[in-house]
Design a protein around this ligand. Structure first.
Ligand code: FEO
Length: 415
């Protein structure tokens, strides 16, 4: 492999992971890349490393433009394993390099490596590193998405090296947005952005808005955004900033997603009249069976939609395990501004639908109660009740959606 020049004397030296399908539990059908960058200047400077399994690829890329022993500065923007777990190998080749890192980053790095012989400079927002002809300014971004996170801005090139933010889990031979869209499409790229945001950044919307406002206040002109995963935003960096602002403002389409699981198909059967009722109210509907769908895909679809109905059979008086797992995971992502409801079948005493509503309350989501419960198998009357509940739920969704000004229905087609 060879380094790819992204700006004059600034190179992508990362690695493409075509095969990863499970990224710490996040299903990645399109693989990913671990992007790191190198400034070739008077003082050679490396930004981040890559996941340890891919270190040789990155070193080979670095060697295609410079001897790694010449690296004088290493900037660690983020200490999650996929970006810093090969730093020991880089340090073995460039033992005198100075590591620029946040205080929290240093604290974390010390838990992974014996850093006693490494040289550090603890940096904070506004601190600067001169590589010779280029000036790098650091911008701390705590909790976007780890406490240690920061970004690096190269003033002369108007380049923002943004670590995880603005990334996508995409393995591609393309390095840039325009090139990727020529090969695939902007729609495919947008789906990858939303998938990544929903599954990683959903809890941090308020922080994202503040950080983008801070960047605007600092007057940083940006002509390129280079994230640590996926495609580099060269043609239209404003597009990804605007997408992030929309998502941070909880923008969603007027749609109801039905997410369910089933034991003997009764809860599954209920999804049909529910979906028909939603459609009868003029609202788009989507149906996702949990055990047939990667959870990350369900999370993305919920994030794109204004409302969600959760279907769960009762097992041993509580929710079906896959539904409970899903709602626990969703709670951790702290969704906001979504309308919810629940339904399900039971055999004896029931309890699952009640539990689902309790979980909605813990998430602070607005719920339409009561949901629909069916004993054993849905009768024709039960089907009618499901249809009516779906219709009423969709009508309430239309009303609920109106408070989010300037939003359009449609526009997010299933991937
Ligand atoms: Fe790509 Fe937070 O690591």
């Amino acid at each position: 492999m060879r380094a790819a020049e992204i700006k004059p004397n600034i190179y992508w030296v990362g690695a493409i992971d075509w095969a990863v399908r499970d990224f710490h539990g996040y299903i990645t059908p399109n693989g990913t890349s671990y992007n790191n960058y190198l400034i070739l200047d008077k003082h050679v400077t490396l930004f981040d490393t890559v996941k340890h399994d891919f270190c040789d690829y990155s070193l080979e890329n670095i060697r295609s433009v410079v001897d790694p022993a010449k690296i004088e500065n290493i900037v660690i923007n983020h200490i999650e394993n996929d970006h810093m777990s090969s730093i020991d190998r880089v340090m073995a080749l460039a033992p005198n390099a100075l590591i620029h890192i946040t205080a929290r980053g240093k604290k974390g790095l010390d838990r992974f490596f014996d850093t006693s012989s490494w040289k550090f400079r603890i940096v904070k927002t506004g601190d600067v590193l001169s590589t010779g002809s280029k000036t790098v300014t650091f911008l701390e971004t705590p909790m976007l998405h780890w406490p240690d996170s920061m970004m690096s801005y190269v003033r002369e090139d108007k380049l923002l090296i943004s670590q995880d933010a603005f990334g996508q889990h995409l393995a591609s031979s393309s390095r840039f947005d325009d090139d990727y869209c020529d090969q695939y499409s902007m729609t495919a790229l947008e789906h990858a952005v939303r998938d990544y945001y929903a599954n990683i950044l959903m809890p941090f919307g308020a922080l994202i808005k503040n950080k983008i406002a801070e960047v605007q206040k600092l007057g940083l002109e940006i002509s390129m955004i280079a994230p640590d995963h996926g495609i580099i935003w060269r043609k239209d960096p404003a597009k990804i900033l605007n997408m992030y602002l929309d998502m941070a403002n909880d923008k969603a389409d007027l749609r109801v997603v039905i997410v369910y699981d089933t034991m003997w198909h009764s809860t599954e059967h209920m999804t049909i009249p529910l979906m028909e009722g939603i459609r009868a109210a003029g609202v788009d509907a989507d149906v996702i069976k949990l055990r047939a769908t990667p959870m990350s895909k369900a999370i993305k679809r919920i994030w794109e939609s204004r409302a969600m109905l959760v279907g769960t059979p009762t097992l041993n008086n509580i929710m079906f395990p896959s539904v409970a797992e899903f709602l626990t995971h969703l709670r951790g992502l702290r969704p906001k501004n979504r309308l919810v409801g629940a339904f399900g079948s039971f055999g004896w005493g029931g309890g699952a639908v009640k539990e689902a509503y309790a979980e909605f309350k813990r998430m602070g989501l607005e719920a339409v109660e009561p949901g629909v419960e069916v004993l054993y198998r849905p009768s024709a009357e039960d089907e009618k009740a499901c249809f009516e509940f779906g219709k009423q739920f969709a009508e309430k969704t239309i009303e609920y959606h109106k408070q989010f000004n300037g939003e359009q229905s449609g526009g997010c087609k299933p991937s």
